[in-house]
Design a protein around this ligand. Structure first.
Ligand SMILES: NC(=O)c1ccc[n+]([C@@H]2O[C@H](COP(=O)([O-])OP(=O)(O)OC[C@H]3O[C@@H](n4cnc5c(N)ncnc54)[C@H](O)[C@@H]3O)[C@@H](O)[C@H]2O)c1
Length: 277
């Protein structure tokens, strides 16, 4: 049986690990070839340990293990020229582009907005909002020349509701919704669909790291994931602390595939009922 995205080519940002790797693998399982990019370097204020070139190579091995082709590049989504060069050369090698998953992002520890440093604010906007715009901007000419396409942007529950002390993240992720809707109206007549996914907590290094444990559980000396879980569970209607990257990949796959062929401009939560609270 043909895969759900058979013979399509997908561009995935932030693909070295976490959700990006999972999206690349899930799309490859359903028949897509992959252009996988990641910064593979530390980001100034990010508490998560950095992804590495070895992580990106592992993503590539996983895709190859599924008998799909893969092209990788170490690129910062803030650097439009490098991003465009990497994507252009990936498309040249794989022959086309059908799917964009603008997933790369960071979560940095915030404070109240009126007390936030300009650097912390600007870094967040540059990566989580402008980086998404640049990723899609680089991809649009290729989608236009193919005559169709599906773009999926990764926002967050924080793109649909606000939390205190993380206003830079909330603003960037709400901005992704505006970007998604704007691209959707501009590109719809060209048969290009644009949607966003809104994960709740996902058990990737962005969440599951030492500094986040300490942030959520300042009452404990050596908090770990088991101490974080009950706090995360309070965000949800369903009785779980977090979802897996694969849960988000299944939504991305649906939006990328022709099963959603008339769905555009939609902000899809994968949130265990977080938005109900
Ligand atoms: N994990 C969560 O709880 C959660 C919840 C909601 C939304 N999100 C969003 O999901 C997306 C993926 O995050 P994840 O959970 O997989 O985290 P992750 O830290 O495991 O993976 C993020 C990847 O993006 C890459 N990246 C970061 N900045 C980059 C840049 N400037 N250029 C290129 N690559 C860059 C990182 O190197 C890393 O490999 C992010 O946009 C994040 O904001 C995460």
């Amino acid at each position: 049986m043909a895969g759900r995205v058979a013979d399509k080519v997908a561009f995935v940002t932030g693909a070295a690990r976490g959700q990006g790797r999972s999206h690349a693998v899930r799309l490859a399982q359903e028949g897509a070839d992959i252009i996988a990019v990641d910064i593979c370097q530390p980001i100034d204020n990010s508490p998560a340990p950095p992804a590495t070139p070895e992580d990106l190579a592992e993503t590539a091995d996983l895709v190859k293990g599924l008998d799909r082709r893969v092209v990788t590049a170490e690129v910062d989504v803030r650097d439009y020229d490098s991003l465009k060069a990497a994507l252009d050369s990936g498309v040249e090698e794989l022959g086309r582009l059908d799917i964009v998953v603008a997933n790369a992002g960071i979560g940095t520890v915030g404070v109240r907005l009126d007390r936030m440093d300009e650097d912390l604010w600007q870094e967040m906007i540059d990566v989580n909002l402008s980086g998404v715009w640049k990723s899609v901007k680089a991809a649009v000419p290729h989608l236009l020349s193919g005559g169709a396409g599906s773009i999926v942007m990764t926002s967050s529950v924080a793109g649909l509701k606000a939390y205190p002390n993380t206003g830079h993240y909330v603003a960037a992720k709400h901005g992704v919704v505006g970007l998604m809707r704007s691209f959707a109206v501009e590109l719809g007549p060209k048969n290009i669909r644009v949607n966003s996914v809104h994960p709740t907590h996902v058990n990737t290094p962005l969440l599951i790291n030492e500094k986040t444990f300490r942030l959520f559980r300042p009452d404990l000396e050596n908090p770990g994931p088991d101490d974080l879980a009950p706090v995360c569970r309070t965000f949800h209607t369903l009785p779980i602390p977090w979802v897996t990257a694969e849960d988000i990949s299944n939504a991305v796959l649906f939006l990328a595939s022709d099963e959603s062929r008339y769905i555009t401009g939609v902000a899809l939560p994968v949130d265990a009922g977080s938005c109900l609270k």
